[in-house]
Design a binder for this molecule. Structure first.
Ligand code: MLC
Ligand code: AMP
Length: 529
């Protein structure tokens, strides 16, 4: 809600009138553009000049389409350096990037495209048939393909463009990206992030995490969510740092590459999977400077085991699609919290500089230290609004401009923020969000189903996974495996419940509401090792 600080672009030597995030990232490219910016797991090297030229060419392609101001460029493609270039080109040309999870299927894509009305859609060749049908129906004029092997119509059309491009002039408050986040009830909401939101956060993290010359980031996350797209990519680019780029996370490959790197970012599942590798030892991490975790709670067992195996203490931070990063454990001694330089497991650290964080009761009153309540935040990183949902936006902000995160937590006696749960009915599985209401809606539509409840239970790999508990209509025969199979045909794979139980009744309170806590408790050991 607040504009990105006036001085952000000045810091990197840009003119008063230019507040485009790309301009700031570009200004941080190293002087020697012929050094490697991205090294892929296929052994390809892309220089900074390659990033510059290709993003210029793609931006020229977009410019040539004469799109209306503020057009959305919706992208559902496998991870590749060309996909990264497309993101940079979209910023550079001044349009709005809309990344979509590659696991989404037609009903999901139909909603996002229908809601966002993108002017351009980019998808893989394999999905062109059904994606283009949805896009053209929604009024999209241009559908390109981009595959992860450097083919597709986007690149064919780009090849003819000039490699010189003048970055579109943007204001800090101008929209740069829309990230869809699912809703507890109702449909997904598009969080509108501005150039200022993202640059302020990137600059804060650059200094808070001590990014320095020579840092090399291992990038092993998907690039359609905040963590991989913004925190990781902006972090490396704004520091002029090379990235070692994996199309898909592979624990063995990451560990083998660590001697050439200094920084790693991952969701907790990635740490759990690396701990299962015997090759993870102090020798492997000898050149690493920093391990960062977030997007889901990092179990204290993982935090401790990592410390014991590697000698490194994982730095846990907390963020959201609507806000990018909010809090972080300290990298080094934090002058605002004298003596508090310790990274504490089970906490997400301190509010980042510029972020105001408040814990309050349901009555809106601030709670004293140690008491558990709702977490609210304010700062230059907090999004503008939900796309075309003014009522929803109003509901989620207080009169003083604080955003209600939906997370529940406390501030401990040393000032560390601890997240203890969520007021929103949300399951976080391997770092992906699953909203029970969405899955329950699909199950409830199935023949013979009277009602269903989806709950999250602990899982050794994904941290938490969804399971479904279903009641059949009187006389109907319902089969849990069939329900799972039918969901698989309709929804992104990470949303599919790992088990589905058919029962005769669901536990309810006196108001008749399903007591999900009892279901969670009943099934909590389902996946215990
Ligand atoms: C895959 N599967 C999952 C899953 N990922 N199930 C539950 N939860 C998940 N996250 C299932 C698939 O459905 C499939 O099941 C099987 O696992 C194999 O699929 P896969 O695609 O081969 O899986 P894998 O490559 O092993 O993926 C696991 C993973 C991935 C952990 C690498 O989920 C991942 O990249 N997660 C990171 C998500 C992320 O970036 N989140 C950041 C959000 S931003 P079947 O039955 O079909 O075989 C955010 C803000 C912030 O939260 O603070 O950062
Ligand atoms: P998303 O909407 O996908 O951006 O997910 C944001 C949510 O992830 C937050 O609201 C939190 O519930 C959760 N989250 C992110 N980081 C952490 C963390 N370090 N610990 C616990 N939960 C987290």
């Amino acid at each position: 809600m607040e504009p990105g600080g006036e001085s952000l672009w000045r810091k990197v030597g840009l003119k008063m009138s230019q507040e485009n995030l790309f301009a700031a990232l570009h200004a941080a490219f190293p002087k020697n553009l012929d050094t490697v910016a991205v090294e892929t797991d296929h052994g390809l090297n892309y220089t900074w000049r390659d990033l510059d030229r290709a993003s210029a060419m793609m931006a020229n392609l977009l410019d040539g389409l004469k799109l209306p101001k503020g057009s959305r460029i919706a992208v559902q493609v496998e991870k590749s350096v060309e996909a990264l270039m497309l993101y940079l080109a979209t910023l550079r040309a001044g349009y709005v990037f809309l990344p979509l999870n590659t696991a989404y299927q037609s009903a999901e894509i139909d909603y996002f495209i229908g809601n966002a009305e993108p002017a351009v859609v980019v998808c893989s060749n394999a999905n062109f048939g059904w994606v283009s049908k949805i896009a053209f129906k929604a009024g999209t004029k241009h559908v390109f393909t981009l595959n992860d092997d450097r083919t597709g119509t986007l690149l064919e059309r780009t090849a003819h463009q000039s490699d010189q491009h003048k970055t579109a002039v943007k204001k800090a408050d101008d929209l740069a990206a829309i990230l869809y986040t699912s809703g507890t009830t109702g449909r997904s909401k598009g969080a509108m992030l501005t150039h200022g939101n993202m640059l302020s956060n990137a600059q804060t993290l650059k200094s808070y995490w001590g990014w320095k010359k020579g840092d090399v980031l291992i990038h092993a996350l998907p690039i359609f969510h905040v963590h991989g797209l913004f925190v990781a990519i902006h972090g490396a680019l704004i520091n002029g740092s090379k990235m070692i780029w994996l199309a898909k996370f592979d624990p063995k490959f990451v560990i083998a590459k660590m001697p050439e790197a200094t920084v790693f970012m991952g969701v907790p599942t990635l740490y759990v999977r690396m701990l299962a590798e015997p090759s993870l030892n102090q020798q492997a991490v000898r050149n690493m400077r920093l391990f960062i975790a977030g997007s889901a709670p990092l179990l204290i067992e993982t935090f401790t085991e990592w410390q014991q195996r590697t000698g490194h203490t994982i730095l846990e931070r907390y963020g959201m699609s609507e806000t990018v990063m909010l809090t972080s454990n300290p990298y080094a001694a934090d002058s605002r919290h004298a003596g508090q330089s310790e990274r504490r497991g089970g906490t997400v650290g301190f509010p980042l500089p510029g972020v105001k964080l408040r814990v309050q009761g349901d009555d809106g009153k601030a709670l004293p230290v140690g008491e558990i309540g709702n977490i609210l935040v304010k700062g230059p990183n907090v999004f503008q609004a939900y796309w075309r949902m003014p009522e929803k936006t109003k509901e989620e902000f207080t009169a003083e401009g604080y955003f209600k995160t939906g997370d529940v937590g406390k501030i401990d006696e040393r000032g560390y923020v601890v997240i203890v749960g969520r007021s929103k009915d949300l399951i976080i599985s391997g770092g992906y969000n699953v909203y029970p209401a969405e899955i329950e809606g699909y199950i409830n539509e199935m023949p013979g189903v009277a009602e269903s409840a989806l709950v999250g239970v602990p899982h050794p790999d994904f941290g938490e996974v969804g399971i479904a508990v279903v009641i059949a209509k009187p006389g109907a025969q319902v089969n849990g495996d069939h329900i799972v199979a039918s969901l698989k045909a309709q929804l992104a794979n990470f949303k599919i419940p790992k088990r589905c139980f058919v029962v005769s009744e669901l536990p309810r309170n006196t108001m008749g509401k399903v007591q999900k806590n009892l279901l969670r408790d009943q099934h909590k050991n389902l996946f215990s090792a």
